[in-house]
Write a protein that binds this ligand. Structure first.
Ligand SMILES: Cc1cc2nc3c(=O)[nH]c(=O)nc-3n(C[C@H](O)[C@H](O)[C@H](O)COP(=O)(O)OP(=O)(O)OC[C@H]3O[C@@H](n4cnc5c(N)ncnc54)[C@H](O)[C@@H]3O)c2cc1C
Length: 335
């Protein structure tokens, strides 16, 4: 891959910055990797991408991360992650990787503002929401179509909204939306939810929540703002137009791995394939969090993978430089 050492948007030549550990992504995985690499005095650099703190920063409250018996705001949690990593010397840069070359080490990474030569790379670029891909969805995004209840719920005070999906995110966000909305109709393609039992009973008991079973959204209607959706009942084949002010879509995520096309092994859904939890198909490149995890997809599991990725990066650097890290962090020789 041919890199022109010219920063995007200017003709000024930039010298690539040499780093021990470059971390792509500032979600729980990336910031946990940063903490571990920083404590090994490797001065990691974290590129935040467009979403500082990652998906969890959009969440109103996290009740299943240990150490917070009363729950913690999603944003507050990742701010604490960041602060802790920075305390040990991690550098967080508001920048996004736009091109990578993993064909030789150090790995070459080009961003909007800079270029890096990285001895090791931790990929923690996470996942993004899956779209319905129906007419009107794209056109009305930001005008009633949303993928984030925490960001947009406030705009639907005393309005009627629908939520599409039947998993944890859909039900959790549906419950959250009842803080603002007059009514929340959960549209699900099956006749039972996939969400966990506690969430299900909370939703069933909530007087503002209704369920529209066996149905899918075929079209989002409206000109300047969402006015209604066309719903199709999958059992009867009948379609109806349902008035609504907002459409919140929570039908899954896809991993942010386009950048690594042809360079790293992926599974059929695009998730990075790893062995020993976080090792990718290229030695020295590690993957952590939802980018390599289609199953667990939690803050704690992503953070755990971040820690493991950094430990393996530390070990890799030790092995390849023949040096011990300055504070003699013990890394399992089996890593
Ligand atoms: C609405 C909602 C509620 C949730 N609630 C909970 C909960 O209560 N408890 C729980 O445990 N989990 C919850 N989750 C799941 C949790 O948020 C995720 O599992 C976790 O955030 C995944 O962390 P990650 O670091 O792998 O990726 P992400 O959080 O997806 O972060 C990815 C990071 O990569 C960055 N990035 C992307 N592309 C690039 C690039 N090219 N260059 C540089 N950076 C890049 C992004 O900007 C972002 O910072 C929830 C998720 C959602 C959406």
């Amino acid at each position: 891959m041919d890199f022109n050492l010219t920063s995007i948007g200017s003709n000024k030549k930039v010298e690539p910055q040499h780093v021990n550990v470059l971390i792509l992504g500032s979600g729980p995985a990336g910031l946990s990797a940063a903490l571990y690499a920083a404590r090994a005095e490797l001065e990691p650099v974290v590129l935040t991408g467009m979403e500082l703190g990652g998906q969890v920063s959009l969440t109103y409250t996290v009740e299943n991360y240990p150490g917070f018996p009363d729950g913690v705001g999603g944003n507050e949690l990742v701010e604490l992650f960041q602060k802790q990593a920075e305390r040990f010397g991690a550098k967080v840069e508001f920048d996004t990787a736009v091109e990578v070359d993993l064909s030789s080490r150090p790995f070459h990474v080009k961003t909007y503002n800079n270029e890096y030569l990285a001895e090791t790379l931790v990929i923690s670029t996470g996942a993004t929401p899956t779209h319905l891909n129906v007419p009107g969805e794209k056109e009305l995004t930001g005008r009633g179509v949303s993928y984030c209840a925490t960001c947009d719920g406030w705009f639907f005070k005393d309005k009627d909204v629908i939520v599409v999906g039947g998993g944890d995110s859909a039900v959790e966000e549906g419950i959250f939306l009842t803080r603002y909305a007059n009514s929340v109709s959960i549209v699900h393609r099956r006749d039972t939810l996939r969400a966990g039992a506690v969430l299900q009973s909370r939703a069933m008991e909530n007087p503002k929540i209704k369920f529209i079973w066996n149905s899918v959204v075929e079209e989002v209607l409206g000109e300047d703002a969402v006015k209604s959706v066309r719903l199709k009942n999958l059992e009867t084949g009948k379609t109806v137009e349902q008035q609504t002010d907002g459409v919140f879509i929570f039908i899954g995520h896809h991993p942010n791995t386009e950048l690594f096309e042809g360079q790293l092994e992926k599974d059929d859904q695009g998730y990075l394939v790893t062995e020993n939890w976080v090792r990718t198909s290229v030695p020295g490149v590690f993957a952590a969090g939802e980018v390599a995890d289609p199953v667990f997809r939690q803050v704690i599991t992503s953070a755990g993978m971040g820690a493991a990725a950094a430990m393996q990066a530390i070990h890799f650097i030790q092995e390849h430089s023949g040096e011990q890290s300055k504070n003699q962090i013990l890394v399992d020789s089996k890593l």
